[in-house]
Design a protein around this ligand. Structure first.
Ligand SMILES: [Zn+2]
Length: 522
């Protein structure tokens, strides 16, 4: 190397190398003990992970169903882990730690949504890992479980590795992956379940589709049991449902739309109960919508069958009357909700509070699979949630592009987004309606899904990952179309007045989302 250029090299590169050396040294020197003693040796904020991932939440109502905790307390996070919970947590905090005033709010383990479609790979016009996890963060979710019906389907170890890599690069919350039961979700040949397990999937499911061949499903359950994987099932009997687009009942007749009968779901719930009993595998029935499904599950659980179920807010908030337009819905099944929407007895939160949201008949944002069902079905789901038959809440967040939804009802794809509204809708229908307690609701979003999928999440136990959600159960707000973080806007709840709002979402001790009103109170 000529002399001049060597000098140049030293001048330009040497300081950078020196900085890098110092950084490495500093990282090694900086320990938790130093921080607790208030003697941080690192003055470079971007170096010190403790500074970035440490936080003291003060004065909140800390609810941690995994540890049966419900008390006003402080919560100390150091280096991305829960360090202390309780009255003395503040005394253990290093002097320079960032504080977050959680007074009047609920502090709980980071919420988990075990049923989310992130659409990556292959359908990124609808959503991707960055936008889907951003929507999760806004909704208060620190972990999501993504479904394998992507393009290509997540039916092999390579695609699982791809999702893990993309999630590490672009995800703002934890992403857990499910693998397909059958190759290409075609329902014909089993996927390599052992290799999916080794690649790190937390469950297998053909969600969006349903394995129709009972013998194949039996073998899937036997393999899943060998690998200690739960099997999640989208319960739909194709021969009964055929090309149904909405719940088969009064409204499908009035509207002239093809019906999707409740029996189409109940048939597969019953099949799954029998096969869970036969094989001893854990089977989880996804997005339950029908009264018969709840009754079957309740009875099977009493007998000790390893079966479980989940419910989504749209199924226990809306009914099939909504497909006939807002006017009919508010006048009939939506009467109680209409009172809240019209602001009777509540402080106005915006100038739009005085009217119920409106939508036309055949609005495709009310088309999902399984479909919105009758008021009696809605009540049965609420009862199942209240008595513990259904122990998990989730969104079935299913983004679709506007152009896909802006077609006739028959041709629109099934599904709606849900990550940003599910906590509020669950609070409204379950807690504010006095059906279950706040700790019971939190359990359905934390410890229960964590247990089903063997996730080391859903707890505020000392040493656990510092995934924390802070929310205000009483805050009223309106879900605005231009505020969604999702890439898609196929939600039926735009313009709805909701009660209950995430205030802060913390992943690994880092605040990844803060409600604007918290930053600049008005
Ligand atoms: Zn599904």
């Amino acid at each position: 190397m000529p002399e001049a250029s060597s000098a140049n090299f030293n001048r330009l590169v040497e300081p950078k190398l020196k900085e890098r050396r110092l950084t490495r040294q500093a990282r090694e020197t900086c320990s938790a003990a130093n921080h607790i003693a208030g003697a941080c040796l690192v003055n470079l904020p971007w170096v010190c992970s403790l500074r970035m991932n440490s936080l003291l939440l003060t004065g909140g109502r800390v609810i941690d169903p995994a540890n049966r905790l419900d008390a006003v307390a402080d919560l100390l996070i150091l280096n991305g882990k829960i360090a202390a919970v309780g009255k003395d947590a503040a005394t253990q905090a290093p002097g320079e730690i960032e504080r977050f005033d959680a007074k009047g709010k609920i502090v709980c383990p980071g919420l988990i949504d075990l049923h989310v479609h992130l659409r990556e790979p292959g359908q990124t016009a609808k959503e991707n890992i960055a936008t889907g996890t951003a929507a999760a963060a806004r909704g208060g979710f620190t972990s999501v479980v993504c479904m394998p019906n992507t393009s290509p389907a997540i039916d092999n170890a390579g695609t699982v590795a791809l999702i893990h890599e993309r999630a590490a690069q672009h995800g703002v919350v934890n992403v857990f992956v499910t693998g397909a039961i059958t190759k290409n979700i075609a329902g014909e040949e089993l996927a390599s379940i052992g290799s999916l397990k080794r690649a790190g999937v937390v469950a297998i499911t053909d969600d969006g589709h349903c394995v129709q061949n009972n013998e194949l499903m039996r073998r899937a359950l036997e393999y899943a049991k060998m690998f200690d994987l739960p099997v999640m099932d989208h319960c739909q009997d194709y021969s009964l449902v055929t090309d149904g687009v909405m719940h088969e009942g009064y409204w499908s007749t009035v509207l002239g739309l093809r019906g999707w009968p409740s029996a189409g779901e109940e048939m597969i719930v019953a099949r799954n109960i029998l096969l869970a009993e036969l094989t001893g595998a854990r089977v989880h029935c996804q997005h339950l919508s029908a009264v018969g499904s709840v009754a079957l599950l309740r009875e099977a659980k009493k007998r000790g069958v390893p079966i479980s179920g989940e419910a989504c807010p749209h199924h226990f908030t809306l009914t099939d009357a909504a497909v006939s337009g807002s006017e009919k819905f508010w006048a009939e099944d939506g009467k109680d909700l209409a009172k809240f929407q019209s602001g009777t007895g509540f402080q106005p939160v915006s100038d739009r509070q005085d009217a119920c949201p409106t939508w036309p008949a055949y609005d495709t944002n009310f088309k999902m699979n399984p479909p919105l069902r009758s008021a009696r079905d809605r009540e049965a789901i609420l009862e199942g949630l209240a008595d513990g038959t259904i122990e998990i809440l989730c969104s079935d967040h299913a983004p679709h592009c506007d152009y896909e939804k802006e077609v006739e009802f028959d041709y629109a794809p099934f599904g709606i987004t849900g990550l940003e509204t599910e906590l509020a809708l669950s609070l409204m229908q379950l807690v504010h309606a006095k059906r279950i307690s706040v700790p019971d609701l939190i359990a359905k979003y934390t410890v229960n899904p964590a247990r089903l999928l063997n996730l080391q999440k859903g707890t505020l136990g000392v040493g656990a990952d510092a995934d924390v959600t802070v929310f205000d159960p009483d805050r009223e707000w309106i879900f605005e179309r231009d505020e969604t973080a999702s890439k898609s806007s196929n939600s039926p709840f735009f313009g709805w007045r909701l009660k209950g709002r995430t205030v802060a979402t913390i992943v690994n001790g880092k605040k990844i989302w803060i409600e604007q009103a918290e930053l600049a109170p008005v």
